[in-house]
Design a protein around this ligand. Structure first.
Ligand code: NOJ
Length: 481
C-alpha cells in the first residue's frame, strides 16, 4: 500500500466460511501486512504516570458496577513499562506490523487546553523506534475509545462540534511528532461501536441513552448517536485534510479509518427481511463509510431518521469524498435479522433505530460456534476465550482459536484470489487485556498475561502464528500445557 494511496485495506467481511486445509503464508503477497493489535487503555496501565491526564475510561471504570469483574485499566498489562518485552514477543512471532493506539490524554492531558506532554511523546517515540528496529511497521490508531476527560467535562465531547478542533489538533501533533516514521494512520478505531455503546445503549462512557435501547439517567438514543457520529466524521475529515495537505507528500504514508461491522443475513427469505438486513448494515457500516466514500449518509438511514440525522453542507460533502486511503474492517460475528418496521417485534438493542430483531439461530441451528463472548459466533471472527474459572492449562491450549485463525485466513485468501483488494490482517490481540466492560473475564490474546506477575506466556495460537508466518509446517505444534 505504501505507494498506492488509493489502495483499500479491508479486513473483509465474508459471510462464507470456506475451510481450506493447509493455509500458508505463501498464499499472500510478501508485502501483505500480518500483525497483531492492541489499544492504549486496554494494555498500557500507568494511568497516573508520565504526566498522563485522566481519560474518560479512567473515570468510568472507577464508577461502581460499570465493569463486570470490578476491574479497570490502571495497571492492565503494564505495557507502558514492559513495551520492549512486548515488541520482542512480536519479533519472535515474526509479524511485520503492529496496530496500536496512542493515548490522547498521554499526549495532550488537557486536550488543546494545555501543553503537549513531552514524556508521553517520548514513550511513543521509544515504542516506534523499538518496533522499527525489529522491522515491524507501526500501524497507528489516533483514537481507540479513550479521550481526555477534560473534553467531556468542558463541552460534552463528541456531542459538541468543538471536538472537531480538538481532534484535528491532536492528529496534527501526532503527524508532526511521529509521522517521519509512522506510515499507516487510522483516525478512529470502530467509532460506530464506540457510539452505539456510549450513546445508544449507554454501557460505555459517557453512559448516555434512553429507552428502549438502554436504561440511563440522561441521554437520547434517538438522536445523540447521530450527532456524535456527525462530529466524528467531520473530525476524521479535518485530520485527513491536514495529513493530505501538509504531511502526506513529505512523509509518504496513508490515512484511513477502521470500522466494525457484524454481517447480517435475512432470517427468512422474504423481501422485508432482505431489506432489514440491508438496513442493519446501513445503520452500522454505511453510517460511516457512505459519508466518507460518497459524501452523505445512506438513504435507508435518512428514510427512518428524517431530520434526526444531521446534514452535511455542500462544502463538507466535497471534503468528505477525499476521505481516506484505506478502509479497515473489524468483523466480529454474523447474525440473522428479521424486520420490525412493518410488523413490530423485539428490537435488537445494538442495531437500535435500524428496527430489526437479531438472532444467532435459524430454526434452532446456530449461525456459528459460540465463543467466550455471548454475542459473538465464529462466522468467522476474533476468537475470545472465557478467562474466569478456566484452568491455565486450558487457556494456553487454545485449539479453537487456532482453528478459527486458519479458517478465517482461508476465507481471506479466497477473497484475495477472487479479486478483493485486501492488504493486511491484524489479529486481535497480541495478549489478553482489559476487555472494556467485561474487564479481564475474557481473553483475546495470543499470549496469556498473568495479572499478578505480568508474565506473558504463549498460547498454542502464538506458536501456530509463528509457524504460519515463517512458512513452517504445523506438525511439530505442541501445546505449552
Ligand atoms: C476490537 C476492539 O477494537 C477492541 O477494543 C476489543 O477489545 C476487541 N474488538 C474485542 O471485543
Amino acid at each position: 500500500m505504501n505507494n498506492n494511496k488509493k489502495g483499500a485495506l479491508s479486513l473483509t467481511f465474508i459471510a462464507l466460511l470456506v475451510i481450506v486445509e493447509g493455509i500458508e503464508r505463501a498464499q499472500f503477497p510478501p508485502s501483505f501486512l500480518f500483525g497483531t493489535s492492541t489499544s492504549s487503555y486496554q494494555i498500557e496501565g500507568a494511568v497516573s504516570e508520565g504526566n498522563r491526564g485522566p481519560s474518560n475510561w479512567d473515570i468510568f471504570t472507577h464508577l461502581p458496577g460499570k465493569v463486570k469483574d470490578g476491574s479497570n485499566g490502571d495497571i492492565a498489562d503494564n505495557h507502558y513499562h514492559l513495551y520492549e518485552e512486548d515488541v520482542n514477543l512480536m519479533h519472535s512471532l515474526g509479524v511485520n506490523s503492529y496496530r496500536f493506539s496512542i493515548s490522547w490524554s498521554r499526549i495532550l492531558p488537557r486536550g488543546r487546553f494545555g501543553e503537549v506532554n513531552q514524556v508521553g511523546v517520548a514513550f511513543y517515540n521509544n515504542l516506534i523506534d523499538s518496533l522499527l528496529l525489529r522491522r515491524i511497521q507501526p500501524f497507528v490508531t489516533l483514537n481507540h475509545f479513550d479521550i481526555p476527560q477534560e473534553l467531556e467535562t468542558r463541552y460534552g465531547a463528541w456531542l459538541s462540534p468543538k471536538i472537531q478542533k480538538d481532534f484535528a489538533y491532536f492528529a496534527e501533533v501526532c503527524f508532526e511528532e511521529f509521522g517521519d516514521r509512522v506510515k499507516f494512520w487510522s483516525t478512529f478505531n470502530e467509532p460506530n461501536l464506540m457510539l452505539k455503546f456510549g450513546y445508544l445503549n449507554g454501557n460505555h462512557p459517557p453512559g448516555r441513552c434512553s429507552e428502549p435501547f438502554g436504561n440511563c439517567s440522561f441521554g437520547d438514543s434517538s438522536t445523540e448517536p447521530y450527532i456524535a457520529a456527525h462530529n466524528i466524521i467531520l473530525s476524521h475529515a479535518r485530520a485527513v485534510g491536514i495529513y493530505k495537505n501538509i504531511y502526506q507528500e513529505k512523509q509518504g504514508g496513508s490515512v484511513g479509518i477502521v470500522i466494525m461491522t457484524r454481517w447480517y443475513e435475512p432470517l427468512r427469505n422474504i423481501t422485508v427481511d432482505i431489506s432489514a438486513a440491508q438496513r442493519a448494515l446501513s445503520f452500522e457500516m454505511a453510517w460511516f463509510l457512505d459519508p466518507l466514500l460518497h459524501g452523505d449518509y445512506p438513504i435507508e438511514m435518512r428514510r427512518v431518521l428524517g431530520s434526526r440525522l444531521p446534514t452535511f453542507t455542500d462544502e463538507e460533502k466535497i471534503k468528505l469524498r477525499n476521505g481516506m486511503d484505506f478502509i479497515g474492517v473489524n468483523h466480529y460475528t454474523s447474525l440473522y435479522v428479521k424486520d420490525c418496521m412493518f410488523s413490530p417485534c423485539e428490537l435488537d438493542k445494538f442495531s437500535g433505530n435500524a428496527l430489526v430483531f437479531a438472532t444467532s439461530q435459524r430454526n434452532g441451528v446456530p449461525i456459528g460456534a459460540s465463543t467466550g463472548m455471548p454475542t459473538m459466533f465464529v462466522v468467522p471472527h476474533g476468537y475470545s476465550q472465557r478467562s474466569d474459572g478456566v484452568s491455565l492449562n486450558d487457556l494456553l491450549n487454545d485449539t479453537n482459536r487456532v482453528e478459527f485463525l486458519k479458517s478465517y485466513l482461508s476465507s481471506v485468501a479466497t477473497a484475495v484470489r477472487q479479486g478483493a483488494d485486501v492488504r493486511g490482517y491484524f489479529i486481535w490481540s497480541l495478549m489478553d487485556n482489559f476487555e472494556w466492560t467485561l474487564g479481564y473475564s475474557v481473553g483475546f490474546g495470543l499470549y496469556h498475561v498473568d495479572s499478578k506477575t505480568q508474565v506473558r506466556t504463549p498460547k498454542l495460537s502464538a506458536k501456530w502464528y509463528e509457524q504460519f508466518l515463517s512458512g513452517g509446517l504445523e506438525t511439530d505444534l505442541k501445546s505449552s500445557a
